[in-house]
Design a protein around this ligand. Structure first.
Ligand code: NDP
Ligand code: PYC
Length: 339
């Protein structure tokens, strides 16, 4: 018997998440939207953004900063733009309600933008770009977070871990999807290392004094590093600008200042873009789709793996067999539903 892990079905993960969230004060609508994404993360073996996030959501709710029930306010500034004000609630209900408008606008205009404002944001972005690709559209999503990451050549945090995600629809199967932090790894990954007492690889973070460290706690206390040196640094800057000031929202520095040491989920905006190959592809959808497939096959045909392949395999296993959750995490989550 595996005593270090607990076996749960996907439905049980969802029910556990929903119950913990409502028990702690989230409205049913927010709890459902958050639980859906957390369940997808655990199902796809994205440990940094699965059940672990329940601990962070509930801790953040207890700071009193989050609105646990506010309904998203939707406006339509132009035919190609939908703006959703989350009103200081978590982002996922705002995305859920904005998505149909984004899809409809992209299919009418060729390109459309969903700007989510004023949202607490904890989640992986691949569920969102995958949902866009399910409509036959290409999707991009990006957000700031808290200023935890030093620019290349510097030692003081400026950027968030700033995730960047892309999906491309493929005929008859999963879309092509990538979704990564522009830091070396998501902060959640370093937090998981700290929780389990594991060292982090060199290159992920520096300590308070700017020295390379393999100590997860020292790295969290110092600064994380961007991936790809100055290239990741520039990408991260772009994300700060596009998902921050461009859409009238905060940078990671502003989010961190607002948090003021509370240790809660970042508060900022999210930029989501959808593009329609039927409108932009000069009426050659089938030809364009086959050149896209030829390019993707040239990657996987030589044994290189496509991003999300690991995740899709994990999804198939979880759907068949359920999920194993570490006992320590399970116990911490269960403790959230007891008075
Ligand atoms: P990883 O470095 O683990 O992976 C990022 C991407 O690269 C995934 O699409 C992954 O696919 C792919 N990948 C990994 N290894 C390979 C490989 N050898 N060959 C090809 N592709 C590969 O993720 P991060 O730590 O950077 O980010 C994890 C998650 O954290 C993301 O989902 C992100 O959205 C989330 N996040 C959210 C933030 C927020 O503010 N909301 C902030 C930062 C991160 P696969 O999944 O199949 O391994
Ligand atoms: O893991 O970097 C992270 C993160 C930040 C906000 C949500 N996840």
């Amino acid at each position: 018997m595996n005593t270090d892990h607990i076996h749960l079905s996907i439905d049980q993960i969802y029910e556990l998440s929903f119950d913990v969230l409502t028990h702690n004060g989230f409205s049913a609508a927010h709890a459902a939207a958050i639980a859906k994404t957390i369940t997808a993360g655990q199902r796809d073996d994205c440990q940094s953004h699965g059940l672990y996030r329940l601990l962070v959501c509930v801790r953040t709710l207890k700071t009193g900063l989050v609105d646990a029930a506010a309904l998203p306010l939707i406006t339509h500034p132009t035919p190609a733009v939908v703006q959703v004000d989350a009103q200081r609630a978590y982002s996922l209900l705002a995305f859920q309600e904005g998505l149909p408008h984004l899809v409809e606008k992209a299919k009418s205009n060729g390109v459309a933008v969903l700007a989510i404002n004023n949202c607490f944001h904890f989640s992986a972005l691949w569920p969102e770009v995958e949902a866009i690709a399910q409509h036959g559209l290409a999707g991009l999503a990006m957000t700031p977070s808290h200023s935890w990451v030093a620019p290349a050549g510097g030692t003081r945090p400026v950027f968030g871990t700033n995730p960047f995600a892309f999906a491309w629809p493929r005929p008859g199967g999963y879309p092509y999807v990538f979704d990564f932090a522009t830091s070396m790894v998501a902060r959640g990954e370093i937090e998981l290392h700290r929780r389990s007492g594991r060292a982090i690889p060199e290159g992920w973070a520096i300590d308070r004094d700017g020295r390379p460290t393999t100590d997860a706690a020292a790295g969290l206390d110092g600064a994380m590093l961007t991936f790809g040196s100055y290239k990741g640094s520039a990408l991260s800057t772009m994300i700060e600008l596009l998902a921050g000031p461009l859409i009238g929202d905060w940078t990671s520095l502003q989010s961190q200042a607002f948090d003021n040491g509370a240790g809660g989920t970042p508060l900022h905006g999210e930029l989501v873009i959808a593009l329609d190959p039927d409108i932009l592809g000069r009426g050659q959808r089938a030809i364009n789709a086959s050149s896209a497939e030829a390019m993707l096959d040239a990657i996987s045909g030589q044994g290189a793996r496509l991003p999300s392949e690991r995740r899709f395999k994990a999804r198939a296993v979880s759907e068949r067999e359920g999920v194993w959750v570490g006992r320590a995490l399970y116990d911490d989550v269960m403790a959230l539903s007891t008075p």
